[in-house]
Design a protein around this ligand. Structure first.
Ligand code: PLP
Length: 506
């Protein structure tokens, strides 16, 4: 299990180990055997030695720290009140956590007064941008009328109706976080089938409850063979008995699902996956994969859950369902749907949700359908995530992708751009990445260097660059994307001039 204390020599460019201890550093990015980084200096002698990738990173980290003295001070002081000095372990990133003061439109401001184009989006939440007038108005109105009743409101009905239109599932319930939504989905699959085992994809993150904290970011030595991946706990505190109930398969690998279902005949309740993987860069499903998966699972009496917590409204107005044309039995939504408030939704077919309606599975929670969250979600769905907004996002996506591809080509980098809807990322490898094991072969130091260039150039991307994606909000404009693009150009030129070759291709 990946679980280590920070070390100054470890890479921080890979998403942190999914463990409970804090402060943490991520595991060292594993180098792909036999594909070493090749020094170029011997073949291209020049008068001045070019900086190494490590040199570029340390220079950019020094700039980063110089720009943020107040963040450094707060990070130190906070350790006496907040465990690890932050409010979630994934806010600890190299070289130091960034403390923010406020957001407005497409911009974020740190406590040192630096302005950023926000393409972090609070890990994929801020599709509305910050302080969107429709969200502000909905929240203002609801705050003045009461923020909690623990009884349904008409906003909940409007939200459910709109989710049905977008995601083609007739019945919905609400929760407060992605973790709760996927937890309910797993419970529901087990409750309906009376079976204990579930199937999960290696490298997919579905939140921090026990059943899915398995093989999220496994270390290479605990992964097992590709056709028979091991179930590795991804956090301390997860009982082995529960880990063993989660069977692991690779993304885009139908044969292993078939084998698992056959070997565990009539024991598998269902499978949960991100239909487009978004915790390992962006990994699209191969054509036909999701439709065949659904058919295969149904043939074995098992259910299919899409975790659309990340893809939800960001892959497009109808999420991955709209992009891929496949509707599962259960969908989990969270992050962007609440317009910045804490909300999640679980949708299901009539057959599935009958078990909730009957009370056979009690889907409960004091804050479920909270009126404040429902007011914001209603505004998000009806007033913010509109067809016009998606058209605008698409134009901006094209600007970003075209510029990044040009910078890669102009500088001869081994990298490519993957994007869907409001999300995108630069993947530092030549070949297509089809699953978590391909993803592991990417050298995360390049992603970290890119993240630093963007940050120091006034664009806030999510840390753990290799694992995460940019988010374009409905409030971004072409000037914001220009800033991103000019940082990409400077980064690409600097990396091309570095005394190392990008050679992480798999
Ligand atoms: C795909 C996916 N599912 C579930 C979750 C858990 O969501 P939350 O952090 O709201 O519990 C996340 C969080 O990053 C996620 O990316």
């Amino acid at each position: 299990m990946a679980h280590r204390q920070a070390s100054s020599t470890e890479s921080a460019s890979q998403k942190p180990s999914r463990t409970a201890a804090a402060p943490q550093r991520p595991p060292t990015t594993p180098a792909r055997p036999g594909r070493p980084v090749t020094p170029r200096s011997a073949s291209r002698p020049g008068p001045a030695p070019r900086p190494s990738l490590a040199g570029i990173i340390s220079e950019q980290e020094a700039i980063f720290i110089r720009r943020q003295p107040e963040s450094a001070r707060l990070a130190g002081t906070a350790k006496s009140a907040l465990a690890g000095g932050v409010t979630s372990s994934w806010q600890i990133a190299r070289p130091q956590p960034v403390w923010l003061s406020h957001g407005s439109g497409s911009k974020l401001y740190d406590v040192d007064g630096n302005e950023y184009v926000d393409m972090h989006g609070g890990y994929g939440v801020s599709l509305a941008g910050h302080a969107h007038p429709a969200i502000v108005e909905a929240v203002r109105r609801q705050v003045a009328s009461g923020t909690h009743f623990a009884q349904p409101t008409t906003d909940a009905l409007a939200v459910a109706t709109q989710l049905t239109e977008r995601f083609e599932l007739p019945l919905w319930r609400f929760a407060n976080s992605g973790t709760e939504a996927t937890m309910d989905a797993v419970h529901l699959m087990r409750a309906i089938t009376g079976r204990d085992l579930i199937i999960k994809v290696e490298g997919c993150y579905h939140g921090h409850h026990d059943s899915v904290q398995v093989s999220v970011y496994p270390e290479p030595e605990e992964m097992g063979p590709a056709q028979c991946p091991a179930s590795a706990p991804s956090s301390t505190g997860i009982p082995k008995a529960l880990t063993d109930l989660t069977l692991i398969v690779g993304f885009n690998d139908l044969a292993t699902v078939d084998r698992v279902l056959t070997e565990h005949k009539d024991q598998v309740a269902g499978m949960i996956l991100e239909p487009i993987m978004m915790n390992a860069g962006i990994i699209p499903p191969e054509p036909g994969y999701l439709a065949s998966l659904k058919e295969l699972l149904h043939r074995h009496g098992a259910l299919l859950t899409f975790d659309e917590v990340k893809t939800g409204l960001t892959a497009g107005p109808r999420g991955a369902v709209g992009v891929t044309g496949v509707t599962p039995d259960i969908i989990c939504l969270a992050k962007a749907i609440g317009g910045g408030l804490s909300v999640a939704a679980i949708g299901g077919t009539a057959q599935v949700m009958k078990h909730v309606a009957d009370g056979e599975y009690e889907m409960v929670g004091t804050f479920n359908g909270n009126p404040l969250a429902m007011a914001a979600t209603r505004a998000m769905l009806y007033e913010v995530a509109t067809p016009q907004a998606y058209q605008r996002i698409e134009q901006l996506r094209r600007l970003a992708v075209t510029a990044a591809e040009q910078a890669i080509a102009a500088n001869g980098l081994t990298a490519n751009v993957v994007s869907v809807g409001a999300k995108g990322c630069i993947v530092f490898t030549a070949g297509p990445v089809k699953n978590f094991r391909d993803f592991l072969g990417i050298n995360g130091e390049y992603s970290h260097a890119h993240w630093l260039y963007q940050h120091n150039g006034g664009v806030f991307l999510p840390p753990w660059g290799k694992a995460e994606q940019w988010l374009i909000s409905v409030q971004h404009d072409s000037a914001d994307i220009d800033r991103f693009n000019s940082n990409v150009a400077r980064f690409a030129a600097s990396i091309a001039g570095a005394g190392e070759v990008l050679d992480s291709a798999g």
